[in-house]
Design a protein around this ligand. Structure first.
Ligand code: ZN
Length: 247
């Protein structure tokens, strides 16, 4: 077993109970807030609490596996800051990152509710947790979430339901493909551009939606829905420009 394999195996180890927190889901905002005995928070009644591993414990695990682990944004703005996806009011809602552990790099996407006070911090934490999940960090908990929470429509729920291997690895559903086409139309993303996005995100798909998994399809829908116009423009010039250059 070489160092890289040892590090990647370390990432997948189960977490001790002490590292597992409770996240309230399915909150009923019509009801008053109160102190919660389950998670210790102060919130309206929740339908369910999910087990999850927070950003600090994930970071500790990354350090244990590879003290030199690092992340970087997938794209930068001209002034040198990470490029964030924003909503139509310009509020940060998403961040793509590359996470590198022991020389292996995988992508992750973080989301945050629009209008949070420290959106960038939350985006970084969420993106690292998401990318770490691609390495198998706390994968069992993510899988449980996708079973317990597949009906959730919150931002995090979408991410979670797209994350589970149990329902994310099959081919994209007809409904998902329909949604992708509809969203493309809405965002004025042409067929060729959409294929280029798919091919750049998942090279093994060769740009064919028929070769995209459920989890990838839900990621793509999230991206097409939330990406800022400028982000799409930038991507178009990069991907389509590159294609022109090749031809
Ligand atoms: Zn609670």
């Amino acid at each position: 077993v070489n160092d890289r394999d040892a590090a990647l195996t370390k990432l997948r180890e189960a977490f001790p109970d002490g590292a597992i927190d409770k996240l309230p889901k399915g909150i009923n905002k019509e009801q008053p807030k109160s102190r919660c005995d389950i998670c210790g928070g102060f919130h309206e009644p929740a339908r369910i609490h999910l087990d999850y591993v927070g950003h600090a414990a994930v970071t500790e695990r990354l350090l244990d596996a590879d003290p030199a682990w690092m992340w970087e944004p997938v794209a930068w703005m001209e002034d040198g800051r990470p490029l964030l996806d924003v909503d139509d009011k310009g509020r940060p809602v998403g961040l793509w990152i590359k996470l590198t552990v022991s020389g292996v790099t995988r992508l992750g996407y973080g989301t945050v509710e629009a209008g949070k006070t420290e959106p960038t911090k939350e985006l970084i934490g969420d993106a690292i947790r998401n990318a770490a999940m691609r390495f198998g960090v706390a994968l069992e908990l993510w899988r449980k979430h996708s079973d317990a929470d597949s009906a959730s429509v919150s931002t995090r729920g979408k991410q979670v339901s797209g994350a589970g291997a149990s329902n994310g690895s099959g081919a994209a559903s007809k409904a998902q493909i329909g949604k992708i086409h509809a969203t493309c139309k809405e965002r004025e993303v042409g067929e060729e551009f959409m294929r280029a996005i798919v091919a750049s995100k998942w090279p093994e798909s060769e740009g064919h939606l028929s070769k995209v998994t459920k989890a990838q399809a839900s990621e793509l829908i999230d991206f097409l829905t939330t990406a800022a116009d400028e982000r799409l423009d930038e991507l178009a010039s990069r991907l389509m420009g590159a294609q022109d250059a090749k031809a």
